[in-house]
Ligand binder design. Structure first.
Ligand SMILES: [Fe+2]
Length: 148
């Protein structure tokens, strides 16, 4: 899969989202699909690292991840705002924090070039952040999702 062409319609999101679990269900199919895609991006990059392709795809991964995450965060924030989910503000703050951390990885890469350890830290951060954020904040939309 090309990092530059992340397209939900072209990917079998449900089958490949190995780390997604029903505990992460938000009650909004579009959000769940986007979360599965984020897990997939992380998983695909972990495989690329393991196979020694990390350096070749890292820059592209950082850009695609930033772009996809921003798009997803925008959709999710609008959903939470629209259905007056009480977690809406916490969600915005957490998303901002994620984008800042990602910018840090990008900046280090721009200055130092590819560093396998830092790339590994990114993929570990991603998995931890997704599991914690979705399970703690995003799922709070569930009781309100029917108002969308
Ligand atoms: Fe979120």
């Amino acid at each position: 899969m090309s990092w530059r062409r992340i397209d939900l319609a072209e990917s079998s999101v449900r089958e490949s989202a190995v780390k997604w679990s029903p505990a992460y269900a938000t009650g909004v199919e579009r959000l769940d699909d986007q979360h599965k895609m984020l897990f997939r991006i992380s998983e695909d990059f972990r495989v690329a690292l393991d196979e020694g392709r990390g350096e070749r795809v890292y820059d592209s991964l950082l850009r695609s991840l930033d772009q996809y995450a921003r798009g997803h965060f925008g959709v999710e924030e609008r959903c939470m705002h629209q259905c007056q989910c009480p977690a809406a503000q916490d969600n915005v703050v957490a998303h901002r924090g994620f984008i800042e951390v990602l910018a840090g990885f990008h900046a280090r890469h721009a200055v130092n070039g590819f560093d396998r350890q830092d790339a590994q830290r990114l993929v570990d951060f991603l998995d931890r952040w997704l599991a914690d954020h979705i399970g703690r904040i995003d799922v709070q939309i569930k009781p309100y999702a029917k108002l969308l």
